[in-house]
Design a protein around this ligand. Structure first.
Ligand SMILES: NC(=O)c1ccc[n+]([C@@H]2O[C@H](COP(=O)([O-])OP(=O)(O)OC[C@H]3O[C@@H](n4cnc5c(N)ncnc54)[C@H](O)[C@@H]3O)[C@@H](O)[C@H]2O)c1
Length: 252
């Protein structure tokens, strides 16, 4: 199997892409630690990992609580002996026009979608650099590659996730640690549903912008993450793997 004997940590592993990645990694032979705001959901994911015959650890954690995020990563290493794969996945979506006076909200969004992703990668990276190996995958978005009205904080944070992953890739590549990001397209998860408002375009309108005329499934994103985590991607470093059905390269 692609990830035999590997140890993975995933933020926001209680639902959506995070849960699908935990399932895919464990099906491919990895032990998986999950943290989430919602402990019941994290524990349900842990049961799915255990059902695949792998060890699991579930913790309730807000990733913006930096000391606790760092302790979670340390706990993974003390429980499992190492950390091979780290996924910075937890995020939120929000609509805000650039002229809106909404400082608090945008700061909250940047703290979660950007700062916590960096600090998680940094904490996992320190262990990986000592080990001389590791794969870090940060979940960005297709919105990190294209400007979208009403998403100043979200697009900025996700573009930052792509760039911070590239900078870490450049700094750490020679020391055996690869860092990549994934840019998913629209996926019908809790986050997608919560991020919609009365002003959001209808689903049919969204689909018109996707050349493949459908949303991405959580399993398709998990398959991309499994590839980046595995030795199949041994020379893939600093890449943003778009899994958006062709939304990003599309012109008018
Ligand atoms: N769904 C989409 O259309 C889409 C598209 C592109 C990118 N993304 C990105 O994918 C990532 C995962 O999104 P999803 O669609 O799977 O969402 P989701 O809502 O289905 O799952 C996210 C999980 O993260 C947890 N979480 C949220 N805030 C947290 C925090 N502060 N600390 C710990 N856990 C927290 C939630 O409880 C939830 O279990 C996000 O970074 C999102 O921006 C999603």
């Amino acid at each position: 199997m692609k990830l035999d004997g590997r140890v993975a940590g995933i933020t926001g592993g209680g639902a959506g892409f995070g849960r699908a990645m935990a399932q895919a990694f464990s099906r491919n032979g990895a032990d998986v630690a999950i943290c989430d705001l919602n402990l019941d959901d994290a524990e349900e994911t842990a049961r799915m990992v255990a059902a695949n015959g792998r060890r699991a650890l579930a913790r309730k954690l807000d990733v913006t609580d930096t000391p606790r995020l760092q302790s979670f990563i340390d706990e993974i290493v003390s429980e499992f002996g190492k950390i091979d794969i780290w996924v910075g996945n937890a995020g939120m979506v929000g609509v805000m026009l650039a002229e809106d006076d909404d400082e608090g909200f945008s700061r909250q969004l940047l703290d979660l979608n950007l700062r916590a992703v960096f600090l998680g990668a940094q904490a996992a990276g320190r262990h990986m650099l000592r080990q001389g190996s590791g794969s870090i995958i940060n979940i960005a978005s297709m919105y990190g590659t294209r400007a979208s009205a009403g998403r100043v904080a979200y697009c900025t944070a996700k573009a930052g996730v792509i760039m911070l992953s590239q900078v870490l890739a450049v700094e750490w590549g020679a020391r055996g640690v690869r860092v990549n990001s994934i840019g998913p397209g629209y996926s019908d998860t809790q986050l997608f549903r919560k991020g919609r408002s009365a002003h959001s375009p209808g689903v049919d309108e969204l689909l018109e912008r996707v050349p493949m005329e459908r949303f991405v499934t959580v399993d398709e994103v998990a398959a991309a993450a499994t590839f980046l985590a595995s030795d199949d991607a041994s020379f893939v470093n600093g890449h943003c793997l778009l899994v958006d059905g062709g939304w990003s390269p599309r012109g008018a």
